[in-house]
Design a protein around this ligand. Sequence first.
Ligand code: TPP
Ligand code: SF4
Length: 286
Amino acid sequence: MTTSETTMKSPIFPTWCPGCGDYGIWSAIKKALAESNIPEEQLVVVYGVGCSGNMADFIRCYGFHALHGRALPVAEAIKLANHKLKVLVVAGDGDTYGEGMGHFISACRGNHDITLLVHDNQVYGLTTGQAAPTTEHGRRTKTTPFGVIEMPVNPVGLALTSDATFIARGYAGNIPYTAELIKKAINHKGFSLVDVFQPCVTFNKVNTHLWYQERVYQLETVNHDTHNKEKAWNLTFEHEKLPIGVFYEDTSEPSYSDSVSLLKEKALTEYPIDNVNLGDVFKKFV
Ligand SMILES: Cc1ncc(C[n+]2csc(CCOP(=O)(O)OP(=O)(O)O)c2C)c(N)n1
Ligand code: SF4
């Protein structure tokens, strides 16, 4: 059976605050998955820890709720064990660009065939609004009463310089558009990032839905060439208006599992293990 709105229906309704951008991303993910015709048994979603990661309870599918900052390495391991699976990661900006920053760069560099969906709300939401790595310079928060001292991380720019092969940005308030971006990301062979602007209506009173609606524009309206890395790079510095859409895509690079010769014939999980003596393995490595 393929994944559909019915198969993904969870008995648990989201506990997010009314108006939270997470609802929009949740809807966009379900729409994209339902329209991608992925067999139920071939889909795995790995979640980070945060309001975003709580989605683990709100979508019924195979999944894994990882530790904070550790969703990507779990997803990579799943993909290496069985590269025939479709693997998605759902995590917050704090989780991805803070605690999990090293893993983020590693996943981009390795071109692991995984889709990463980041709920980018510019705060640590679940722990009640501390400054995140994406919070703007000078912003006063609970943990920065005199303003954030550091400069914010530029997620799209960082993905570009780390050689990610599909990079897009969405906005939680535009569900059909974000769903289309997620579908493209899922179909991309290699690492794909969709960083989604997500208003946290409770702890971020600056980057509200209205704030985004006054600023976002779709890259199709300026005929952006998604194969031009330099143009994509320049776009990441736009702040008055905020581009959303596909910034960059490169389909010429093999994915990580495509580069491992052992995996060409079959998935690791398809190799027999009856003749493997674990005692010998432990003697060798432990
Ligand atoms: C290693 C570790 N550090 C800190 C925490 C506490 N913690 C739990 S959720 C969270 C914030 C999550 O923020 P973000 O990833 O941006 O997701 P959001 O809640 O905004 O969706 C923190 C700091 C933890 N669980 N594990
Ligand atoms: S705290 Fe913010 S991110 Fe978390 S559910 Fe509420 S509005 Fe959403």
